[in-house]
Design a protein around this ligand. Sequence first.
Ligand code: ADP
Ligand code: MG
Length: 681
Amino acid sequence: MNQLLQPVTAVKGVGEQTERLLHDMGIHTVSDLLYYFPNRYEDNRLKDLAEVKHKERVTVEGKVYSEPLLTYYGKKRSRLSFRMLVGRYVVTAVCFNRPYYKQKLAINQVVTVSGIWDRNRQTVNVQQIHFGPHKQNQEVEPVYSVRGKLTVSELKRIIRTAIQSYSSFIPENLPEMLRKRYKLPMKEEAVRAMHLPKNADELKQARRRFVYEEFLLFQLKMQAIKHFRRSSSRGISHHFDRKELQSFIDTLPFSLTNAQKRVVSEILSDMSSPYRMNRLLQGDVGSGKTAVAAIVMYAAVLSGYQAALMVPTEILAEQHAKSLSNLFSHTSVRIALLTSSIKGKKRKELLLQLKSGDINMIIGTHSLIQEEVNFCRLGLVITDEQHRFGVNQRRILREKGEFPDVLFMTATPIPRTLAITAFGEMDVSIIDEMPSGRKKVKTYWVRPEMLTRILIFIEKEVKKGHQAYVICPLIEESENLDVENAVTVHSQLTQFYQGRIQIGLLHGRMSQEEKNQVMMDFSENKVQVLVSTTVVEVGVNVPNATVMLVYDAERFGLAQLHQLRGRVGRGNLQSYCILLSDPKSEIGKERMRIMTETDDGFRLAEKDLELRGPGDFFGKKQSGIPEFKIADMIHDYRALETARSDAAQLIQSDAFWKDEQFAPLRDDLEASGVLSGEKLD
Ligand code: ADP
Ligand code: MG
C-alpha cells in the first residue's frame, strides 16, 4: 500500500474533527499534508540595526537594560516596554496586550525579539519574543495559511508528526545524475526543510530543488509534445518553386534585413518538412513581420495551398489586406478580405470562392473562424498578435484545414523567459534587427502642466506637413469612460487649434464605416491629428505621423506604451513620443524613466514583467501561462532555462526512454497524457 495516500487520520493525533478541518483546506491524504508548504517565511536572522529600514521587520538579540514597565489602559489592553542593549545600541522594545511577559523578564537577561522597527523612536514593536539567545533554527520561520478553526500551531504540530512518521516514504523522482549536477537535496530532505528549516541556507536549497523539479517536469511535457509533433508526419510538406519565391522577394520595395532572411528560412524549412509547423514569430513593432508573412504565404500558395491570416481588429485586417494586395499586384495571387462588415451577396460569393479555391490568400478577423467559412486546401495559418486570441479560436481556424502549418506573430516582445514557458511547445523565431535608416523615436516624459507647450509643438510638426496621434487616458474598467475621455480631449483640441488643424476622432463605439473613414482621412493627411483610444495600438501604419502623445501614460503597461510608440517613426522622419504623466508612485516614475531611456522592446518587456508580473503581462486571464507552486518564472528564470535545455536533451536521448533512473519522470509524462498523443494538437 502507498503509505502516503492514506487518509490524514493515519497521522498520530489527527482525529475525525481535525480531519474535517483539514479537508476544508484541501488536505485529504498524508501526501497532501506533507506538500502543504508554508506560503511564506519570516526572516528571523539577526541584522545590524544600522542597516534596517524604518518599518522593516527585524530580529535582534540583546540584554534587558531597564526594569519592564507595564501600563494598562482599559480592561484588557496593556503595553509593556523595556529597554534593551543590542550591541552598542540601546533600543526600546514594546509588547502590546501581553502583560504576562513581565515576570519572565529580568535585568541583564538575554532575550531575542522580532518585530517592526520604528527607526525614529528606536523602538521594536515586538511580534515575537524568545527568552534566551538567538538560535540558528529560528532563522527562518514558516508561515502557513490556515482556514476555519484549525490553528497554526496545531497545523505545525500535525505536519511535524507526519514528517517524522512518513517522510521516509517520499519517493525520489529526480535521477541522481541531475541532483548531483546541481547539488540538489533529496526530495525527502527537501520536504522536511520546507517545513522545518534548520537555517536559511537549508531552506534555500530545498526551494531550489522544487523550483528545478517543477520546471523540469513542465519542460519535459513541452519538449515531448514538440518531439512527437516532429516525429509524427501528420503535416503538409510544402513543395514550392524556390526561384519563383525568390523573384517575388526581389520585387519587394526593399531588401530584407538579415533577421528577416533568417526567420523566413526557418519558417520555410518547417513548411517543407513533413511535420506540422508550430512556430512563434516575434519581432518588435516595425521590424517587418508583415513582409515575412507575405513571403511565406506566397510559398504556401506556390505549393498549391491556401493561406489565411487572422488579425485582431478590422482596421488591421484592412490594412494588411491592402498592403498584401500591393505586394502581390503583379502576380496572379488572389487575395480577399473577410470581416464582419462584408455582408450579403458579397460575403456569399467570397465564401464560395474560398471553398472552391479561387481565393489563394485570405485576411480577416474573427470572422474567419465562423462555421460558414470553408477552405479548399488550407495549408498555412498565421495569427497576428496571437495572445489576443484564445486558444480555442486559434484551434478552430487550424482545424479548417488538414494539419496546416501554423505561425503565430507577435509584436509584443515577449521576454524570452516567458516565451519558453508559456510557449514551450513552440519553436521561436525572432526578428531582432530593425530595417536600416530608421531614426530613433525621441521619447520625453512631461508633466501635464506642459500640455500647452506640447500642443504648440504638435502644431509646428503639422506645419512641416507631418501628423500626430493623441492617445487618451485609459480606463480599463469601462469602455464608456474611455470613449468619453476621447470625446473630451477631441473637443479640447478642437477649441485649442481653432480650425487651424483638422482633428479626427477614433474610438471603439464608432461604427466600422466611421472608423474606416477616419483612418482613411488620417492616412491621406486630410486629418492631421488623430485623437484616439487604444484602438490604434496594433499594426496601424501611417509613416507620415511623427508625434505620439499619450495622456496619463502611467496607466499603460510598458509593452503597450512601446506598441503605441511604434506607431510613429515608421518612415525616415524624426519622430517623437511624448508621455504626459504625473505618476505618484516610485514604480510609476521608474516606468516613465525606462521608457525614455530605452527603445529595446525586449528590455522593456522584461522590465514590464518584473513590475507587473506575468498574469498582468498579457492582460486578463487568457494567457495560458502556467502557474507553478513554488517556482517563479521571473525570479527563477535561470533555473527555467536550465530545465528547458535539460528536458530537451533528455527527450532526445535513448536513455531517457529506457533507463530505470528516469522511470519516475516518464511516469509523470504518462500521467499527463502527453505520451498518448492527446495533447498533440
Ligand atoms: P511589423 O508588422 O513588424 O510591425 P511591418 O511589416 O508593418 O512591421 O513593417 C513596417 C514598415 O517597414 C513597413 O512600412 C514595411 O514596408 C517596412 N519594411 C519592412 N521590411 C523592411 C526592410 N527590410 N527594409 C525597409 N523597410 C522595411
Ligand atoms: Mg504588423
